[in-house]
Design a protein around this ligand. Structure first.
Ligand code: SF4
Length: 206
């Protein structure tokens, strides 16, 4: 988007026909969003709908996003878990992620661009220098939060995994003799079961 272009935007909310915001492929969540929900007291309501994406390749990254669900009207299309299809609205609009607040305007560190051509809110709303500046400031803030989250998540994930491994090892060490014996019996039983299953599979394949 050039410096001269006149971006204006107003969310059509429940009157929106495309639902472009809610059905976009991923709805990013930042550490800033988590902080905000914590401060506002919403964290326990919203957290069950947030997932962490694990990188599937070297080029991929960790990120937080909202969980997904298929649309009732079209199961081929998935939407953000917070999208209420009957009401055609967001169930957490009172404190939606910053990526939703700035959608569809996005900043990539150098330029502003539209991340979707399907949002009918673009071109609506006030065309003024102040409104444009406000939209750009929000897009820049989203970019900073997104970048910081991407940089911090691998370390956070690794600290948490180390903690879980350490706690499991400590729990094993603190087991009483009796509990340890029970645990050994359970492990021995499950290993016997899996050997029997394997034998059965081999017999069937002969
Ligand atoms: S959080 Fe709300 S506004 Fe954002 S995509 Fe989900 S339903 Fe839409």
């Amino acid at each position: 988007m050039s410096e001269k272009s006149k971006y204006s935007f107003k969310c059509l909310e429940q009157k929106c026909e495309t639902k472009a915001c809610h059905i976009r492929p991923k709805v990013l969540v930042t550490i800033g969003d988590l902080n905000r929900w914590m401060t506002q007291g919403y964290i326990m309501n919203i957290l069950p709908g947030i997932t962490i994406h694990m990188p599937g390749s070297e080029e991929d990254t960790f990120y937080f996003e909202t969980a997904r669900k298929p649309l009732e009207a079209d199961s081929e299309v998935s939407a953000c878990i917070f999208y209420n299809e009957q009401a055609n609205g967001c169930e957490i609009r009172y404190s939606r992620p910053i990526s939703c607040q700035t959608f569809p305007l996005e900043f990539n560190g150098e330029k502003y661009h539209l991340s979707s051509k399907d949002c009918p809110g673009v071109g609506e709303g006030e065309v003024s220098k102040e409104a444009l500046q406000e939209s750009r400031d929000l897009a820049e803030k989203e970019f900073r939060e997104r970048t910081e989250t991407t940089a911090a998540l691998p370390a956070i994930y690794s600290v948490m995994m180390n903690q879980i491994v350490r706690q499991s090892a400590e729990a094993m060490q603190n087991l009483s003799d009796e509990d340890r014996k029970k645990m050994d019996e359970i492990l021995a039983k499950s290993s016997e079961d899996s050997t029997t299953d394997e034998d059965a599979t081999e017999d069937q394949s002969e």
